[in-house]
Design a binder for this molecule. Structure first.
Ligand SMILES: [Mg+2]
Length: 173
């Protein structure tokens, strides 16, 4: 069950203490896209996101690893943010993570993933052994495939809550 528990849990990408992430040795931040950086059906990042990414780029290498199969959508958003990406990453499987880590030659200990889903972002990241940060989804308007994942996520959360390992809405880290 531990592999479903994020190392850090925050309300949004704006609530994360990035200095703390830097201090534990993280130099590469992998963001999920849909409902983490932009709402699932939006294609233009807000000014606040643009500003945050610009600021983070001074200290970290930033990438997007998205399960979205629309390369066009992912690439359009990433163009605006001026960051590299991998679309159709099939998280929680390791292909996308491995491609990224191999290409940019990071040590596992220098990498973290920030995303809004336990069944893809957190599970995939924990399986890779990288630092995992869960954020709440931007809104509840989601893609069909995500609502399937949410169904399993809710079940998992019930179990984790029973075990006292995680509680929805109780942020930490
Ligand atoms: Mg997402």
């Amino acid at each position: 069950m531990k592999k479903y528990v994020p190392k850090m849990y925050k309300s949004s990408i704006f609530d994360i203490d990035y200095d703390k992430i830097y201090d534990i040795g993280i130099r590469c931040i992998i963001f999920d896209l849909d409902n983490t950086i932009v709402a699932a059906k939006e294609s233009i990042p807000t000014k606040k996101v643009l500003y945050l990414i610009k600021k983070l780029k001074k200290k970290f290498d930033i990438y997007i690893l998205s399960n979205n199969s629309s390369k066009k959508r992912v690439s359009n958003v990433c163009k605006m943010l001026e960051i590299s990406f991998i679309s159709f990453a099939m998280k929680p499987f390791s292909f996308g993570f491995k491609r990224l880590l191999k290409k940019y030659k990071y040590d596992i200990s220098q990498v973290c993933i920030i995303g809004d889903q336990i069944m893809t972002d957190v599970l995939g990241g924990n399986n890779m052994g990288i630092f995992t940060v869960l954020v709440e989804p931007i809104n509840s308007n989601e893609l069909k495939v995500t609502s399937v994942n949410r169904f399993f996520e809710r079940k998992k959360i019930v179990k984790l809550e029973k075990l006292g390992m995680f509680k929805k809405g109780e942020f930490y880290g």
